[in-house]
Design a protein around this ligand. Structure first.
Ligand code: GAP
Length: 444
């Protein structure tokens, strides 16, 4: 983990947040390369969940959330972790995350600590203006169910997808970006007919594993965990967690829950007229029926299958998997980030051999512009004048191809393309570079 954290800072992937004022615990900022990697990961999810299917719509909702949403969802009551104080050092911990040095010390009885961040909306600060930063993106999807249904005329099964920030005041944030207080989720709420839920649950578990493998996580590094007992969320009939061997241990990367009709059943009006199976709080505030009519015009409250993945945990797993140290023939070593090419922050580095040779530099900028216009991702000119250093840098940040401009580029119209993983170099004519680039990225 230490090596990853150091690389992330050195190369501009991830920084401690608010660092110049001492930092805020459990918060991180994504730097110039981190934001590209994160955007690429989110875009890969969106393509797979929304664009490549015909049964999912997208959504982008507000973060500030009406307290009734979180009252009827059960978060106000149950979104808590057990908190204990160490009477010796005065620090507070989650009951299951007490550090070794406090284990023998006197600890208070655990008490429930609600993880939601509360704020006020508007200029009056009192109970009537309380709102929360959403603890998951899912709730806003449920409360928009009728809006999406009315505007798209969907029938079951169909899904609504959202990517966005969620906030949890974790008692003990830790392990870099694994457990943080502000993070991003990629959530799909997939609405199905009751009775078809188990089948769809299995389908989505398989689908999600395949997607993670396509992001560069080998299948044998992923394990499925059937969540049971107290670990099962209050809304879930069954949950399967996709577990990944993070540097600090085997932990949850994504959860796929069968949330039954709990959520729509909780937020709907006229609950008594609907055949809701889940045990829900009596709702006296909702003004909307969250149900759908079947072919016999009967109202059905759909069941929900929810694949919910953390963007930040995804970034951590992907960097961890891609990170490699290789011995080279000249007794040297190189660090290389073997990212899948669709995730690489920089798609190509254009490197003039001589930084002061204006012909080479101009040509490098022309090539950059000609490749950048395809908007496949970021293309940069790397004008350090040290070709070895430039290759090492772009290996370390995962740039799949580098294009070197040398004297022959000016005299013979050729460039050298170097492959990150094999380090093989190929001389191609200048007029082929755009075609080469497009073919290389054709499948992303
Ligand atoms: N809507 C369901 C839900 O939020 P969850 O298991 O609490 O379920 C889903 O969260 C995913 O969000 C997790 O698998 C994880 O990837 C990510 N996640 C949850 N809490 C997190 C935290 N404090 N820091 C980073 N990621 C987190």
């Amino acid at each position: 983990m230490d090596e990853l954290v150091a690389l992330c800072k050195r190369r501009g992937f991830i920084f401690q947040s608010n660092e110049i004022y001492g930092g805020l615990q459990g918060l991180y900022d994504y730097g110039p390369l981190g934001v590209e990697l994160k955007n690429n990961l989110k875009s890969s999810w969106w393509k797979s969940i929304v664009y490549e299917r015909d049964d999912v719509e997208g959504l982008d909702t507000s973060i500030l959330t009406h307290p009734d949403v979180l009252k009827y969802s059960g978060h106000q009551e149950t979104f808590t972790d057990p908190l204990v104080d160490c009477k010796s050092c005065g620090l507070r911990f989650r009951e299951d995350q007490i550090p070794d040095q406090c284990r023998g010390e006197e600890l208070t009885e655990p008490r429930e600590f609600n993880l939601m961040f509360q704020t006020n909306v508007g200029p009056v600060i009192d109970d009537s203006s309380i709102a929360y930063l959403r603890p998951e993106t899912a709730q806003q999807i449920y409360i928009n169910f009728k809006n999406v249904l009315d505007s798209t005329s969907r029938t079951l099964p169909f899904g609504i997808a959202q990517i966005g920030k969620s906030f949890r005041n974790e008692i003990t944030p830790r392990n870099f970006i694994f457990r943080v207080r502000e993070f991003e989720q990629m959530e799909l709420e997939f609405f199905v007919l009751p009775g078809e839920d188990d089948k769809w649950h299995r389908t989505w578990v398989d689908n999600r594993i395949e997607w993670w493998v396509n992001q560069g996580i080998p299948k044998d590094k992923l394990q499925l965990l059937d969540v049971t007992g107290d670990d099962l969320a209050h809304y879930s009939k069954s949950t399967v967690d996709i577990m990944y061997q993070f540097p600090h241990g085997l932990e949850e990367l994504e959860g796929i829950a069968n949330r039954t009709d709990y959520d729509l059943g909780s937020h709907t009006k006229n609950q008594n007229d609907l055949n809701i199976n889940a045990s829900v709080m009596k709702n006296t505030d909702s003004n909307t029926r969250l149900a759908i009519q079947n072919e016999n015009n009967e109202w059905i409250v759909p069941y929900v299958i929810e694949p919910s993945a953390g963007v930040d945990r995804g970034v951590l797993a992907i960097i961890n998997e891609a990170f490699a140290t290789e011995n080279l023939e000249n007794n040297k070593q190189r660090t290389v980030l073997k990212l899948k090419k669709h995730l690489s922050p920089i798609k190509a580095a254009i490197i003039p051999l001589k930084r002061n040779n204006q012909d080479q530099v101009n040509l490098a900028h022309n090539i950059k512009s000609s490749l950048q216009k395809y908007q496949i991702g970021r293309v940069v000119v790397e004008n350090t004048g040290n070709i070895g250093k430039s290759y090492r840098k772009h290996d370390e940040i995962g740039t799949p191809i580098s294009v070197t401009i040398d004297f022959d580029s000016i005299e013979k119209d050729t460039v050298t393309v170097r492959d990150r993983d094999s380090m093989k170099q190929e001389i191609i004519s200048l007029d082929r570079i755009e075609k080469y680039f497009l073919e290389y990225y054709a499948d992303i």
